[in-house]
Design a binder for this molecule. Structure first.
Ligand SMILES: Cc1cc2nc3c(=O)[nH]c(=O)nc-3n(C[C@H](O)[C@H](O)[C@H](O)COP(=O)(O)OP(=O)(O)OC[C@H]3O[C@@H](n4cnc5c(N)ncnc54)[C@H](O)[C@@H]3O)c2cc1C
Length: 221
């Protein structure tokens, strides 16, 4: 994806919506139509808001960020690129020119779920992206889960991911994975929600996302 791709260009592109459904879901929640018309993917990434909707999806897509200056080009994994709240590895002389997402593989489903007080013009209280790959028996062989608005920067929970791998998403395992994700989070109180409320959302949100990934992976077969 070129850096200047707007959220609306993602949402309104049927091929992209099929190829990267979680990305399209996240882009569709950014602000309102006006924000989506002018806001770009690179702007969302470099802005590095703790609540940036695209970042959880880019994390579970193992995205690589291309940075160019007059004399250099380098690729940085998105997980390393955003280093903290509104802080990235970008050097002053560099522009982001491209984001490269790993394609969604066979028997794999992904989703982005956002909790807010209303349907548009809403910064996330919690946002959660998940990508799950299954084998032919329905066992999870690869799990990636990331959240925003529950820490200084969007993050992947390796503990939750490790708990899901090898399971068939039975309720107890999914709940334990949600609790592990809660353990990795560091939410704060603000005008939108309390830290306690944000934390409590993670377990049910992760369970909903797991169900959506399973359904989407099954629908591809
Ligand atoms: C009313 C409103 C609602 C919003 N709602 C949401 C929301 O729900 N979810 C959400 O995630 N965000 C939201 N945003 C934040 C913002 O609009 C989006 O993150 C958008 O994607 C930013 O893109 P932009 O192109 O406008 O970036 P800008 O705001 O123009 O830039 C952001 C930063 O990135 C830098 N930058 C931009 N492009 C590049 C590049 N190619 N290379 C290097 N640096 C670059 C700029 O210099 C600046 O520092 C909202 C903003 C507004 C005003």
């Amino acid at each position: 994806m070129g850096a200047l791709t707007t959220h609306w260009e993602i949402v309104s592109n049927p091929a992209l919506c099929r190829a990267h459904p979680a990305l399209a879901e996240a882009a569709a929640t950014v602000g309102g139509r006006q924000t989506q018309n002018v806001g770009t993917v690179a702007g969302n990434v470099v802005n590095a808001s703790p609540a940036a909707d695209l970042l959880p999806v880019l994390l579970v897509s193992n995205t690589s960020v291309t940075l160019k200056s007059a004399s250099t080009t380098r690729e940085v994994a998105i997980e390393d690129f955003v280093v903290g709240r509104r802080s990235t590895q970008r050097r002053p002389e560099e522009l982001v020119t491209r984001l490269s997402l790993q394609p969604v593989g066979p028997r794999t489903g992904e989703t982005y779920l956002k909790i807010g007080r209303r349907g548009a013009m809403e910064v996330a209280i919690v946002g959660l992206a998940m990508r799950l790959a299954f084998d032919r028996e329905g066992v999870v062989v690869d799990a990636r889960v990331a959240a925003c608005a529950v820490g200084p920067r969007p993050f992947r929970s390796r503990e939750a991911e490790a708990r899901l791998v090898g399971s068939k998403l039975d309720a107890a395992t999914v709940r334990e994975a949600g609790e592990l994700m809660r353990g990795s989070a560091a939410p704060i109180d603000d005008s939108r929600a309390t830290a306690a409320y944000r934390s409590r959302l993670l377990t049910p949100l992760l369970a909903r996302a797991a169900g959506a990934c399973l359904a989407r992976a099954a629908a591809k077969n």
